[in-house]
Design a protein around this ligand. Structure first.
Ligand code: GLU
Length: 310
């Protein structure tokens, strides 16, 4: 990892894309603050997309809860919220285009078979390519996978610097449509980022390893590539991802300022001056100062930051 941050492009369009699997927690707030401040600092548009594509994992009421919390924290989105549950036709069209180019194949492997045959990877077993040359006898199609080329994918992250990954050796041919028919996150995010004209994806560093897959899909579908900036992931004292630990308390929408200030500080930013609130609104004052003072180059170029327990 190295290298300077790249300069953002003109016509900035950023987004925050939470999955409605629970209330907004501090780790997600960190990514939202970075994404919003970066967009506003460049007079860019900022959108919200609810990634509710994985219906079985959705927690009822979580989407509304997240939107209400974002509002309470002073986030203002510039276009109607996009819901992935409305977008499956667009994902299928993209999948059909990849299939028409011969870039996909049906896979009949079960999880247990892949776990038995695949080498261990950072995100689980690496797909060993069992069905690449055709379904083995006795196997029915379950998922659809992308044929991944051998060449590595490289990009420069605005926070984390130069990155490169051989998807073939790190992940293998990856799933685009799951056995339950749901399109994979990697495909949906690429289709939606393009459709929404996103030029800057500022998000949590847990997605750094997914980015090469998304860039490969953009290249395969002839879509333009946004710039990426991966914000360190908040972990607790034990190094556990915040969303998976006891410290994953939801942020408190009735008292947003302390959490905003904490996020700002953890993002390596200079303390904002205290002062009179705009029309009695300290949140509006926070954001007006934040959009002037945001410096992405101050964000720690690390995959994680420890924040301790609350
Ligand atoms: N929905 C993803 C998440 O909540 C984020 C996707 C993205 O920002 O690209 O982790």
């Amino acid at each position: 990892m190295s290298g300077p941050a790249t300069a953002p492009r003109a016509g900035y369009r950023g987004r925050f894309a939470p999955s409605p699997t629970g209330p907004l927690h501090f780790g997600s707030l960190l990514a939202a603050v970075a994404s919003y401040a970066d967009a506003r600092a460049q007079a860019g548009a900022w959108l919200v997309r609810l990634e509710d594509l994985d219906r079985p994992r959705e927690v009822p009421g979580a989407a509304d809860d997240i939107l209400r919390t974002l509002q309470a924290f002073g986030f203002v989105w510039d276009e109607p919220v996009l819901f992935q549950r409305d977008r499956s036709d667009a994902y299928q069209t993209a999948l059909d285009r990849l299939a028409a180019r011969g870039l996909t194949y049906p896979c009949g492997c079960s999880r247990a078979e892949i776990a038995r045959l695949g080498l261990p990877g950072r995100e689980g077993p690496i797909y060993p390519g069992t069905c690449r040359a055709g379904l083995p006898p006795g196997h029915r199609p379950r998922t659809v996978r992308l044929r991944v080329p051998a060449q590595p994918i490289a990009f420069v992250d605005r926070i984390q610097g130069a990155q490169a990954q051989s998807i073939a050796t790190a992940v293998g041919d990856f799933v685009l449509q799951r056995a339950d028919g749901i399109h994979a996150y990697q495909l949906a995010v690429v289709v939606d980022d393009a459709w929404q004209g996103i030029t800057q994806a500022v998000r949590g560093a847990d997605l750094l390893l997914s980015t090469p897959r998304q860039i490969l899909l953009q290249q395969s579908l002839g879509l333009s590539q946004p710039d990426y900036a991966h914000v360190p992931l908040a972990v607790d004292d034990g190094g556990r991802k915040l969303s998976k630990s006891l410290a994953a308390a939801p942020v408190d929408p009735s008292d947003p300022l302390p959490a905003l200030r904490r996020a700002w500080e953890l993002l390596g930013q200079e303390t904002l001056p205290l002062g009179r609130a705009i029309h009695g609104c300290p949140i509006a004052r926070f954001w007006s100062q934040a959009s002037v003072r945001w410096r992405i180059e101050r964000v720690p170029a690390r995959p994680t930051i420890r924040i301790g327990s609350h």
